[in-house]
Design a protein around this ligand. Structure first.
Ligand code: 5GP
Ligand code: ZN
Length: 119
């Protein structure tokens, strides 16, 4: 696998490259943002890395600025969605027991209603 070209069988790599069309909300050299296909909150966006990293557990030390960028973009989205003051949640599921389904690093940006904390 060449991380720069993405992984051929990865749905999020295909969305990032444009091979699978998506309603892209924001993109730059590092990240791509699009709505979750199965939203669980009124605002439910996915912030993915362009680089194919299978999970948070696979991030290298060199990826630290990239992960920071994902959080920075979440704050930018919050401002744009009018959620900075109301509140919002960012979640990264890493691995099976966390419920990660898509093995490509992504951050869930969720908001627009009162969120409970559940285990
Ligand atoms: P995970 O459980 O891996 O953290 O979350 C994966 C998320 O990706 C799920 O919320 C799921 O609805 C979303 N998802 C899976 N496949 C697609 C897709 O092809 N397009 C979009 N927009 N979202 C997807
Ligand atoms: Zn991928």
């Amino acid at each position: 696998m060449n991380p720069e070209q993405g992984q051929t069988d990865c749905v999020f790599c295909k969305i990032a490259s444009g091979e699978i069309p998506s309603n892209i909300i924001y993109q730059d050299d590092d990240v791509v943002v699009f709505p979750d296909i199965n939203p669980i909150t009124p605002v439910h966006l996915l912030i993915i890395t362009r680089k194919h990293i299978p999970s948070l557990a696979h991030m290298a030390d060199a990826d630290t600025p990239l992960v920071g960028k994902m959080v920075k973009v979440a704050n930018k989205l919050a401002r744009e969605q009018g959620l900075s003051e109301k509140g919002y949640r960012v979640t990264i599921n890493s691995g099976t027991e966390a419920g990660q389904i898509v093995p490509h690093l992504h951050l869930h940006f969720m908001g627009g209603r009162n969120l409970r904390w559940s285990h």
